[in-house]
Design a protein around this ligand. Sequence first.
Ligand SMILES: Cc1cc2nc3c(=O)[nH]c(=O)nc-3n(C[C@H](O)[C@H](O)[C@H](O)COP(=O)(O)OP(=O)(O)OC[C@H]3O[C@@H](n4cnc5c(N)ncnc54)[C@H](O)[C@@H]3O)c2cc1C
Length: 449
Amino acid sequence: MTSAESGTDVLVIGCGAAGMFAAIHAAAAGARVTVLEQNDKAGKKIYITGKGRCNLTNDCGAEEILEHTIRGKKFLYSAVYGCDSGSVQRFFSERGCPLKTERGGRVFPVSDKSSDIIRVLTKEMERLGVCVRYGTRVRELLTEDGRVRGVLLADGTSLTAEAVIIATGGLSYPATGATGDGYRFAKSAGHQVTECRPSLVPFETAEAWHKELQGLTLKNVRLYMLPAPAETKAGGGSGKARKKMRFDEQGELLFTHFGVSGPLVLTACALLNDALHDGAGAGEEGHGALPLRLAIDCKPALGAEELDRRLLRDFSAQPRRQFKNSLGGLFPASLIPVMCALAEECAGIAPDTPAGELTRAQRLAFGALMKALPVTVTGTRGFSEAVITRGGVELKEIRPSTMASKLCDGLFFAGEGLDCDALTGGFNLQIAWSTGALAGRSAAESAKV
Ligand SMILES: Cc1cc2nc3c(=O)[nH]c(=O)nc-3n(C[C@H](O)[C@H](O)[C@H](O)COP(=O)(O)OP(=O)(O)OC[C@H]3O[C@@H](n4cnc5c(N)ncnc54)[C@H](O)[C@@H]3O)c2cc1C
């Protein structure tokens, strides 16, 4: 069966953000488009984004989007400039889904419902005559003489088309359909796939007291990487990887039953992801980055001396009060017992010491502890909790101006399956929209030839 007989010019594998945007842009450019989706509905992952509210993009310029991209900055240039945040926002608002911008430029539907985003996309596909086949799993990519011919479905039937777009996502949150099939398809067409790892994912830590604090959120704290033990072999690692290992940011951190999570930790995970695995940290003999030593500064607004003055003032106000009862103005209640235990261990302060009897050295040691609570990262959580996949189809083998494969004619890529990722804030969906739009337009163009 030829594509003319099958009635499809462009086949899109995957009905997620990238696949739907690709289908819409290919159909708008005049192609006959079929989307193949193994799930029984569209956009299962979009549905859970932004805690069900869908932070669909970030209200900023193309340059800023690229600045928030971790991997694939250069590669994404054409895609992001061709479909930037403004175009994405117009697309949804002009189709009956008003948007709002929140803290940090995060854009959400006014309704706070991700289902509204999915509805706009499915309606637009319908309007443009895109055929969507749900419950349809692609088993293999069909290629011949260096060009794509179509796909083989799990039920044994095959479909042909002039162009195929792989928009199958990555490996994160497998329950949404992220099975990694796209990597297999890419490899079968001769592409390389870089190592895939969970990213924007919480850290597992060594400190038992982190687990005791599960559920506690610390706002406006600073999380930073402690310098590797200077010039020792342990903690050395390769110079290149070590250079990448910088992290020092402020925000919100959450303690969990396995370690730490929250926006600060996810960002740390994304920025340190390569280094964590490249053998650059404080691991024994310099092998392996783990454990990685980070620290929490509970009072980032105060320098060491200012903090000491504050402690002196607090402790002198009621000097007979026991130390353990003098910390209410400094920490949330659930953190106080932990701080007391650490103060005893690190600064030799017995919890029942009258606050006024603390020596200057003890007070300074306690201040230092407050500015460097240890976070010893022993690993990350897995793909089932990861917001994104770090790694994917090798970018060098894809044309950035079209998203076309350099190795197999008629084959295109879009979305999380590419070796691109970004920080939180709507940037990952923006990558899906931008690469989807470009792949869709290019596939329609190539199918006409
Ligand atoms: C919990 C969570 C919250 C997030 N929140 C945000 C957020 O607020 N903002 C943001 O920018 N990003 C967010 N992200 C990231 C964002 O959701 C993804 O980057 C984006 O959805 C990727 O889109 P995609 O189309 O590439 O892949 P997907 O959405 O994963 O779509 C791929 C589709 O392909 C289908 N498929 C796979 N293999 C086959 C096959 N063999 N045959 C047929 N179909 C197949 C899958 O079933 C799936 O529907 C979040 C991610 C998670 C996990």
